[in-house]
Design a binder for this molecule. Structure first.
Ligand code: FA5
Length: 341
């Protein structure tokens, strides 16, 4: 009997030796120690053993059972350790690999250009003053020498909110509000959104302007020219030329419009400049004496210079953008081009 038991133990050890995964080990264990297993069958056979041999027989089966169980437990531990090692190897993380960079936003081209313009003028001693987007008829028109029924009101197709209040059609009310609140010398910039019933490839119903105002003793059109020439040199490349054309604004006298040489064709004529070689960027002039007086400034002692430029127009020229709508579409591919990372 002892021999039979030794053989069972040997078989069990050899069978276990060949196993290489936990599932097969479990199935094999069931074959030896399960309900219908070989060793369980031996235990069941106890009833057929003579009573005087039963105790020794029982001890032998028990010893066999303990040995076989130990064989399975050892193998089980070894397999589990191997499987753990395998997983650790397969799922190892290389902490030295570069991470996934999060998507970064970028400054909108209109803000890039607005900041450049503000920086250029702040370098020449200007301060920033922001006025309201909804303003009165008085500040938008009357105080700028555009009385009711003046034909110049047609220059700006305006969105009225009530008879007296409107979405400002330009940033020029900033001139009046500043002069009412500040004594000369004055040197301010007034940036902001403006609104007009205007809509095509180069005009938008909402756009951005920056107003500039200088009030001091003895300032003249020559100063305005020097100031704007310097501004163009800072914002565009050094070879960009300026051209001052006579124009008309009720709040400046004389009035000019300023063109820059086309950055695409350098003056030869192309689709961007409509064949002229020049692109208009702003309106300007010497502040009309009537406007100075209406705002409480003595026009015999002081004179003023003013200009109003379109940020979209300058952005389109600078970056070669042919349709103003591109600036408002929030197209990520377009905006990513301005990501300075
Ligand atoms: C004015 O708005 C005057 N207030 C400027 C001014 C200020 C003159 C101070 C004298 C003294 P104008 O309507 O030309 O001027 O507009 C100025 C600039 O705004 C234009 O040169 C253009 O660049 C831009 N602009 C005008 N309308 C639109 C529009 N619908 N969409 C985008 N840009 C526009």
């Amino acid at each position: 009997m002892q021999e039979k038991f030794s053989q069972i133990l040997l078989n069990a050890k050899q069978d276990v030796e060949k196993i290489d995964n936990s599932k097969d080990l479990y199935d094999l264990k069931t074959r030896y120690l399960g309900k219908n297993g070989e060793i369980t069958a031996l235990l069941r056979g106890m009833k057929d053993v003579a009573p005087e041999q039963r105790s020794a027989f029982g001890k032998m089966i028990n010893d066999l059972k303990v040995e076989v169980e130990k064989t399975f437990d050892d193998k089980d531990q070894m397999l589990k350790q191997n499987e753990l090692n395998q997983r650790l190897q397969n799922e190892a993380v290389d902490v030295t690999l570069p991470g996934n960079a999060p998507a970064m936003g970028s400054i909108h081209p209109l803000n890039i250009v607005k900041n450049k313009i503000i920086n250029a003028f702040c370098g020449m001693g200007f301060e920033v003053f922001e006025g309201p987007e909804i303003d009165s008829d008085y500040y938008c028109f009357q105080a700028l020498n555009i009385p009711k029924d003046h034909p110049a009101r047609d220059m700006q197709d305006t969105f009225y909110i009530t008879e007296n209040f409107l979405l400002r059609p330009h940033t020029s009310p900033g001139q009046v509000r500043t002069m009412e609140n500040k004594k000369p010398p004055i040197k301010i910039l007034s940036p902001g959104r403006v609104y007009r019933a205007d809509d095509d490839a180069s005009h938008s119903p909402m756009f951005h302007q920056i107003e500039g105002l200088v009030v001091d003793k003895g300032v003249s059109l020559c100063d305005l020219k020097g100031l704007l020439d310097e501004f163009v040199r800072i914002i565009f490349d050094k070879d960009t030329k300026t051209r001052f054309r006579p124009s008309y604004f009720p709040f400046t006298e004389p009035s000019v419009e300023v063109d820059v040489s086309c950055c695409k064709c350098h003056g030869k004529g192309c689709n961007l400049c409509k064949g002229t070689g020049w692109i208009e960027i702003l309106g300007a002039g010497v502040v009309n004496k009537k406007v100075l007086e209406m705002s409480g400034i003595d026009s015999n002692e002081y004179s003023g210079l003013a200009f109003g430029l379109g940020i979209e127009r300058i952005t389109m020229i600078k970056y070669g953008i042919s349709n103003i709508k591109t600036l408002f579409e929030s197209n990520i591919n377009f905006l990513n081009q301005f990501n300075r990372r």
